[in-house]
Design a protein around this ligand. Structure first.
Ligand code: GLC
Length: 800
């Protein structure tokens, strides 16, 4: 076999003939003649796990990524053997393992479409320097296959033709195609023949993915250590793949509603008077804002868990005054602990052996903002416990509401590799290892420790954490932002693709530094960025502060009024966004959906980058060029209402959409019921006495949902939530809205104001639960708007 000689020349080793086969409930073990062990676990009918060991020894099965409570269990499992292969059949998949060389082929169980097929399959190289293996997997790229996922990579939505590296990296002023970058999310999806699958390569070493870049017909992934350990997740719907991945790696606690409001940040707001000025300016200009951030200058010479006495003499009072005005204070906490024998945190770290050490024993020293620092080993349970306890004063006593974890790649200044050297030792929760294995999860474990502190001390309120570095599963503990971007138009494009990619990689609660972190945006760029930001799950302006200001009023009156209008739009849409969060958390459905995820059957969507669906009913597309009066965009199939004009457009085509600087292309799916709150200056400012429902007529049926609860706290877990399922049925001369409510939460409002859009008839009669109501009693605005009790189960609008 020529190919084998060629492969051997490359120094790779391969499994050979399968000589034994064993089944243990849901797990099947195949051993080859040259001692490769393939452990195949049937997690669900559509999820298979593959682990390979050379020399037959599997590692201790430990993962930071996999959620404790992921779903296991299948409906059907059958294993057959013939001369050439073993065949494992579930209700969704057929998986063949070739006897000759353990090659894997996976088919759709229903129609036998080939979904995935090994090229060289598993192979490895012994790692001479470190021991262990460089583990590799190569699969055939299928005809017309597109690839998606991989977290925050700042590239085109479709990854085909590209190669990537995963090594969490502080990437100040990164650009399009910068790689590696801040996060490691080794999960991708492939889509071909209208069917999608996903692969999650749960390996924390430096890893690589090649999507038909080196060889046109081959997609491969490999890591510089650890095991070949991957999960194959089948759709065929891409949305099922994402939710399958979310099920495996988890979703966060529902955020407090205020965290979905607007956040204002800068490096740095200080002294206290500056913070107060910024906050009061929001209120005097009536621009909604829920959170204000303190960057590193609030500390005493950048010592974590201290306050600068000169700048913030009375933090508790300031935080309380801000809270009275509706502002939640969020503070930054970095991992570097200043080497200072008089500093309590440093002393505790030394006394208890909490800091990371080099292979031969000395502490890991690195320079960050405070100068020379030591770094807690967040992979050690005792260290996380200690760290979580450090938040007591900040949260319980001072009243801080959220914590911002930064520099946790971990970033080290003045060294070429920007991080720890490889030999640094970590506990890895009782699986001691070097930094090669722990690097990619260091930031995630820091955010976990922080999260545990916030859960404890924010109780009975919900925690809010934001982190820069993370790994798959990190979404359980924290929201995130895309790091130090730049105030350029290209970065607006990048912010858009990164937020979409994060969402389809299971990490929905993400956003960018609006306006750009480095350099100064023009008023126009800032405005366009705010328009996009209003549709990102995390909505925050942040800037490095070494240029001009970046608050809504820092430009001119036109910018101010447009930015205000978009922040107000965000606040109106809060109940809709909160419902999308609830669906993300419960069903793993991403809050932002790239068009391919929304309609994978339409080939036109496979390479669209700019348009996305916010929640499940709103189509948005930012304007990302200067001096634009609108833009061309693709409208997915179906009928859509232009939010601003109510004009209906038939999708399935590219079209020009007007959007001067005060506008942005936004469309609502026909049949949608969009819940709307009144504009508030901050969440909870007003009691909601009436809920507005914007109903967009459709000839046909459509379902919408509205999830509400007390907006914070944990009562919703005891059934105190309200879920409204709406079903709209439109006909030539009538419109029926059915409502099914569940849950024990009593909403503060008694009535709905329903605004009708696109009714093709004049209303003559209204029936509520089959009873006719005098039209004059409900009508508000010539039949386009009615007010009804929130209790209805069926509303029947009849035309003349
Ligand atoms: C890093 C962060 C940035 C922060 C700065 C100072 O560059 O990414 O957001 O403002 O450090 O703390």
């Amino acid at each position: 076999m020529i190919i084998n000689t060629e492969m051997e020349r490359k120094g790779n080793q391969f499994p050979n003939k399968i000589v034994s086969f064993e089944k243990d409930v849901d797990t099947i073990y195949f051993t080859t003649e040259n001692n490769v062990l393939l452990q195949l676990t049937v997690i669900r009918d559509s999820v298979l796990r593959f682990r390979y060991a050379t020399n037959s020894n599997l590692e201790n099965d430990f993962s930071y990524a996999i959620a404790e409570d992921y779903t296991r269990g299948y409906n059907f499992l059958e294993i057959n053997e013939d001369e050439t292969c073993y065949t494992i059949t579930t209700s969704k998949l057929i998986c063949q393992i070739r006897k000759e060389d353990a090659h894997v082929k996976i088919f759709d169980a229903k129609d036998q479409t080939l979904i995935s097929e090994d090229d060289w399959g598993f192979h490895w190289e012994e790692h001479c320097d470190y021991g262990g293996n460089i583990v590799k997997m190569s699969k055939m790229t299928q005809d017309g296959e597109s690839f998606y996922g991989l977290g925050d990579k700042p590239v085109h939505v479709n990854l085909r033709g590209k190669r990537f590296e995963n090594w969490v990296t502080d990437s100040y002023a990164f650009g399009k195609d910068t790689d590696p970058i801040y996060k490691t999310i080794p999960f991708f999806m492939g889509l071909h023949h209208k069917k999608a699958y996903g692969i999650f390569f749960d390996n924390t070493f430096r890893s690589f993915f090649d999507f038909a870049h080196e060889r046109r017909h081959v997609t491969s992934f490999w890591a510089q250590g650890g095991e070949m350990n991957y999960y194959f997740i089948y759709g065929p719907e891409m949305s099922d793949v994402v939710s399958g991945y979310s099920n495996l790696t988890g979703t966060p606690e529902l955020p407090p509603l205020w965290a979905l409001g607007y956040h204002q940040c800068k490096w740095s707001y200080y002294p206290e008077s500056k913070v107060r000025d910024v906050a009061s300016k929001f209120r005097s200009l009536q621009i909604p804002c829920d959170a204000i951030y303190l960057d590193i200058d609030y500390m005493e010479e950048f010592r974590c868990f201290t306050w600068s006495k000169a700048y913030f003499p009375e933090p508790k009072k300031m935080v309380a005054d801000l809270a009275d005005d509706g502002f939640k204070t969020i503070v930054i906490i970095d991992p570097g602990i200043k080497v200072d024998k008089d500093y309590k945190i440093y002393q505790e770290g030394i006394a208890n052996d909490y800091f990371c050490k080099r292979a031969d024993g000395p502490y890991m020293r690195g320079r960050v903002w405070p100068g020379e620092c030591f770094f807690p080993d967040f992979t050690k349970p005792e260290v996380r416990k200690w760290w979580s306890g450090l938040f007591k004063e900040l949260i319980s006593e001072i009243g801080v509401k959220g914590v911002w974890n930064d520099m946790n790649e971990p970033a080290v200044m003045e060294v070429p590799n920007k991080t720890f050297p490889n030999d640094v030792r970590h506990d890895y929760d009782g699986n001691p290892c070097s930094h090669r294995k722990a690097h990619n999860i260091y930031g995630m474990q820091m955010s976990k420790a922080t999260y545990e502190g916030l859960v404890k001390y924010s109780y009975p309120k919900r925690p809010f954490v934001i982190t820069r570095a993370s790994y798959s599963g990190g979404q359980r503990y924290s929201s995130t932002w895309t790091g130090d971007n730049v105030a350029t138009w290209e970065h607006l494009w990048i912010a858009n693709v990164q937020a979409q990619r994060m969402a389809l990689s299971g990490f929905s609660f993400a956003g960018s530094d609006i306006g750009g972190f480095a350099e100064q945006p023009t008023g126009e760029l800032y405005t366009r960025w705010m328009q996009l930001g209003a549709f990102h799950p995390f909505f925050r302006t942040h800037s490095s502060g070494d240029h001009g200001d970046q608050e809504p009023w820092s430009f001119d009156d036109e910018v101010l009024s447009i930015v205000k209008k978009f922040i107000e739009l965000r606040y109106k849409l809060l109940p809709y966004l909160y419902t999308a969060f609830w669906k993300y958390i419960n069903e793993g459905s991403p809050i932002l959906k790239s068009l391919v995820l929304f309609d994978q059957d339409d080939n036109q969507t496979h390479n669209r980058t700019d348009e996305f669906i916010f929640g499940d009913k709103i189509l948005a597309c930012p304007v990302i060029e200067p001096n634009a009066k609108g833009r061309r965009m693709y409208i997915p199939k179906g009928k859509w209402y232009n939010l601003w004009t109510n004009a209906v457009i038939e999708g399935g085509k590219e079209t020009w959409v007007d959007a001067d600087i005060d506008s942005m292309p936004i469309f609502i799916k026909e049949g949608a019921v969009i819940p709307v709150y009144p504009v508030q200056q901050y969440v909870g400012e007003k009691e909601i006495t009436e809920l507005t429902l914007e109903v967009y007529f459709k000839k046909g049926k459509e379902k919408s949902q509205l999830y509400e609860d007390s907006q914070d706290g944990y009562d919703y877990k005891k059934g105190r939530y309200s879920l409204r399922n709406f079903r709209v049925v439109g006909k030539k001369n009538e419109l029926i809205i059915q409502q099914h409510q569940s849950g024990k939460f009593i909403t503060s409002y008694e009535t709905f104001k329903i605004n009708f859009h696109g009714l093709p008839f004049d209303v003559s009669k209204v029936k509520i639960d089959k009873e006719e109501i005098a039209f004059a009693d409900v009508k508000v605005n010539g039949g386009n708007s009615i007010i009804v009790s929130k209790e209805f189960t069926e509303l029947h609008i009849i035309g003349k």
